[in-house]
Design a protein around this ligand. Structure first.
Ligand code: NAD
Length: 290
């Protein structure tokens, strides 16, 4: 029998709701925790929306009853002690703020049974930044999902030097069991595998644009034809969302990042063109007028 059967997800925002729903969809007993009943009401709507999305995107079995069964299999609570009392695995998906996460782990360490494995979904913090607050560094690691987990179903698994290899293996098995493709990192690395590859590509593309060397369509066409990739970097920017791209570029220390941030703001963001989500970004996604 797999070691992990009961899963608790902390935070029911963009990623937490997806992680909880995906695990429930694959038959795990899932508890979703958030800070108040008001927030949990919003989570209920998110979960219902995810059930519809799984059906719409024709995730295997979704239309045959699994999407609705997953909803029924989710328990929502604002009581942290109750949420973790029987958890084999707690996946933390609370906001990306170091102090907030430390506080969450300190509370969690006191409440969760000794058997519970803790995993962080943090995109930018290393598990080493948090391990001392978990009370169980040997049962702690990162388990990192990408947005739209049912579609982009990689789960990057990254321990610290303290993580017990048996715990790591149990989390790999959970990732597989919940419909994810485990991506096993042997050491800690900011950005994991995916962003270690993607960020330099996106930076190179924005550099070609702000230096006036090539326009987005030329860059993307080159990348698609020469590598066989389905999308070029500016198409990826549109999927990520131009507000996120702007926030990252604006925080960049170099002049090129600042120039790209200014271009994004002036040509796109100020005009409400935020990428695929608004129907227009570097490209238009609006249906053709009839
Ligand atoms: P979000 O802001 O959408 O959701 C955060 C949730 O945490 C909210 O529901 C909030 O009420 C809740 N929360 C706040 N304080 C809490 C506490 N003390 N205990 C429990 N819940 C609390 O954030 P998100 O985009 O889902 O990101 C969450 C984590 O996932 C971050 O670490 C982020 O780096 C990571 N992540 C995000 C993405 C993404 O595309 N959004 C992708 C991969 C990883």
């Amino acid at each position: 029998m797999p070691a992990i059967r009961t899963v608790t997800v902390l935070g029911t925002g963009v990623l937490g709701s997806q992680i909880a729903y995906q695990a429930a969809f694959h038959g795990y007993a899932v508890t979703a925790y958030d800070v108040s009943d008001d927030v949990l009401e919003k989570a209920r709507a998110r979960f219902a929306g995810l059930a519809e999305t799984y059906k719409h995107d024709d995730v295997a079995g979704a239309r045959a009853g699994r999407a609705d069964a997953a909803l029924a299999g989710l328990t929502l609570t604002a009581d942290l002690a109750a949420a973790v009392a029987d958890a084999d695995l707690v996946i933390e998906a609370v906001p990306e703020l170091l102090d907030l996460k430390r506080d969450v782990y300190t509370k969690l360490a006191a409440l969760a049974p000794a058997k519970t494995i803790f995993a962080t979904n943090s995109s930018t913090l290393l598990p080493s930044d948090l391990k001392q607050f978990t009370g169980r560094p040997d049962r702690f690691l990162a388990l990192h999902y990408a947005n739209q987990v049912w579609r982009y179903n990689t789960a990057e698994i990254m321990g610290t030097a303290d993580t017990d290899p048996a715990v790591y293996a149990e989390v790999v098995a959970f990732a597989e069991g919940s419909g994810m493709v485990p991506i096993e990192l042997k050491k800690e690395k900011a950005g994991y595998v995916l962003n270690s590859l993607l960020v330099p590509l996106l930076n190179a593309a924005s550099g070609l644009l702000v230096d006036g060397i090539a326009d987005p369509a030329t860059v993307d066409t080159t990348w698609r034809i020469a590598t066989g990739a389905p999308a070029g970097p500016f198409q990826i920017f549109d999927v990520v969302g131009l507000t996120t791209a702007y926030n990252i570029a604006a925080a960049g220390p170099d002049a090129k990042s600042q120039k790209f941030a200014a271009l994004l703001k002036e040509r796109y963001i100020d005009k409400g063109k935020l990428g695929v989500a608004t129907g227009e970004g570097f490209y238009s996604y609006r249906p053709a007028a009839v």
